[in-house]
Design a protein around this ligand. Structure first.
Ligand code: ZN
Length: 359
């Protein structure tokens, strides 16, 4: 403070004249540096199985991507499976929501809209996926759609085709993240490079949207060769002139690395018919019996956590029931105490409850 004051009053006119050009030069320098290194997010929509081709290409450079998936299609032919989504997430990629069945959300009734957005998210959460961010199918939204996405618990939603270059960061409207049009079959690698180089000049957040990674497979297919060439060019720039981040990283919604996500805190429908029995499970009485959790969705799973959020087990619930064989190997390492289970019931609602184990 004292130095500044002294400085202001002590300069002789000749010194000011000499320093002025220097001052101008340094201001120009600041202006040149003003745009922060841009954030580049690589997003893949629709959960297409061919997107797995991109994973080794990303890994080669330590790049992480965001996969926006439709829970209603996961596990079907040509789509990613739950196991693959979990593996992607474990590898540091992000799994976001993209609605249950990929309809035009703006054409739905409120009830249909809630189902498409909230039930989709509940399923992803029940599968142990983070599902913090959403992408609008076809990039379409209006005020009601935005409000529903927010009320279902998403932190942001990405549109597409509503920008021609990097958008301002932080985003002015988290429920209208702007992204250039989806990468198309006719796009050259040079087109993507130009978008990135432009972002390096302007700063901001450039979100790239891919659909299929394959050759001659439709308008939104990008060949593995082209994707590989682009990522090999982009990779070395990461941490230098730009920063490649998932949407969750860019928006501060990523769970801390290496820590399992806390059990989802979705509202539990009071009328849920899901049962867990015997509860408490007692070693002295129930040695030969499994703890059963039933009246679940047909092809779901049950995730069991400690009260502090440590994931203990994932039980498969094919046929609407899951069994936890506490007496056998699946009880190994499970000590006496209270556990929380999270599952999806027959109506597709996320439900949770507690069970007690007494050894
Ligand atoms: Zn889509």
């Amino acid at each position: 403070m004292a130095n500044e004051d002294r400085g202001r009053h002590a300069w002789h006119p000749w010194a000011q004249a000499a320093l002025l050009p220097l001052l101008l030069l340094s201001l120009q320098g600041i202006a040149r540096q003003a745009p922060r290194a841009p954030i580049i997010s690589i997003t893949f929509d629709d959960g297409n199985a061919d997107q797995l081709m991109a994973v080794p290409m990303l890994s080669r450079h330590g790049l992480k991507a965001t996969f926006f998936v439709n829970a209603g299609r996961i596990g079907q032919d040509d789509y990613l499976t739950r196991g693959q989504l979990r593996s992607l997430q474990s590898a540091g990629h992000e799994i976001g929501g993209h609605s249950l069945s990929h309809p035009r959300l703006i054409a739905l009734t409120e009830e249909e809209l809630r189902r498409e957005v909230c039930v989709d998210r509940s399923r992803l959460l029940a599968w142990g996926l983070s599902a913090q961010n959403f992408a609008y199918p076809f990039g379409e939204y209006d005020g009601s759609v935005q409000a529903m996405v927010r009320s279902c618990g998403y932190a942001t939603a990405r549109a597409v085709g509503n920008a021609s270059r990097a958008a301002p960061y932080p985003p002015p409207d988290p429920y209208a993240l702007a992204a250039p049009a989806s990468v198309a079959e006719t796009d050259a690698v040079e087109h993507l490079k130009r978008l990135v180089l432009d972002a390096e000049r302007t700063g901001g957040w450039l979100i790239l949207t891919f659909h299929h990674v394959c050759g001659s497979c439709g308008t939104y297919g990008f060949t593995p060769e082209k994707l590989s060439e682009f990522l090999d060019w982009l990779g070395p720039r990461n941490g230098q002139s730009l920063s490649v981040q998932t949407v969750a990283e860019a928006t501060g919604t990523a769970p801390p690395q290496g820590v399992p996500p806390p059990p989802p805190q979705a509202p539990v429908a009071p009328s849920t018919a899901v049962r867990a029995y015997p509860n408490p499970w007692r070693a002295d009485l129930h040695e030969g019996r499994r703890m059963t959790i039933d009246r679940l969705g047909a092809a779901g799973s049950v995730r069991i956590f400690t009260p502090s959020g440590r994931h203990v087990r994932t039980l498969s619930a094919s046929g609407g029931a899951a069994a936890w064989d506490l007496a056998d190997h699946s009880g190994t390492g499970v000590s006496s105490g209270l556990y929380l289970y999270v599952a999806v019931d027959g109506q597709g609602r996320l439900v949770s409850g507690t069970v007690t184990v007494i050894r």
